[in-house]
Design a binder for this molecule. Structure first.
Ligand SMILES: [Zn+2]
Length: 200
């Protein structure tokens, strides 16, 4: 075909060292998709079809111009977006649990959907930040265990309800034990929307 080296419905290839799987539709699973990062780069699937609906998932990237400012994307941009698309496809969540979209709150066990709004909260130094790292609360001094529900745990993700209870009903005082990041209020914490409301 004029202007094209080859045309195919499906193609596996290695381009500049990166295994690629090319298909018009997004796939749940493809050759090389389960390869762990320590074994080298897994295959990235590049798809179209969905136009502006999604940028894709981890290792499954849309090449539609609607999500690339109406231009072709380079391989390095595709690889970067593959990492930026944090969540794995549902079939890969079992293999790569760190990329799971839904996780349990470290305190109460309720499901946190990390793909929506704040996506849960975690400690980062003396700050509590959203899943994606936007500051919510700064810790001003050590918190009494009893007053902090179980937010003294240093790993895991906390749900909006647990953070709200800690800030509003524990033995913590605003100004003494903590202060809110700019633009954050208790209402926004309770709604899990501290980040969504501050960013355009
Ligand atoms: Zn919770």
């Amino acid at each position: 075909m004029a202007g094209w080296t080859s045309v195919a419905h499906y193609r596996e290839m290695v381009f500049e060292g990166q295994p690629l799987t090319l298909f018009h539709y997004p796939m749940s699973c493809w050759n090389g998709s389960h390869q762990s990062p320590s074994e080298g780069r897994g295959s990235i699937q590049i798809f179209g079809h969905l136009h502006g609906q999604t940028r894709g998932w981890w290792r499954c990237v849309s090449a539609c111009v609607e999500v690339w400012d109406w231009r072709p994307a380079s391989l390095s941009e595709i690889i970067a977006r593959s990492e930026d698309n944090f969540f794995a496809t549902p079939l890969h969540e079992e293999v790569f649990p760190a990329r799971r979209r839904q996780v349990r709150c470290a305190t109460c066990g309720n499901i946190i959907d990390r793909g929506t709004a704040d996506g849960g909260y975690r400690w980062e130094g003396d700050q509590i930040v959203t899943f994606r790292g936007h500051p919510v609360v700064e810790q001003l001094c050590n918190w009494p265990e009893a007053g902090a529900v179980n937010m003294t745990a240093t790993d895991g993700l906390f749900c909006a309800a647990c953070l709200e209870v800690t800030l509003a009903y524990g033995d913590l005082s605003e100004g003494r034990h903590f202060r809110y990041a700019e633009g954050v209020t208790l209402d926004l914490v309770a709604g899990g929307r501290t980040h969504a409301n501050r960013c355009s």
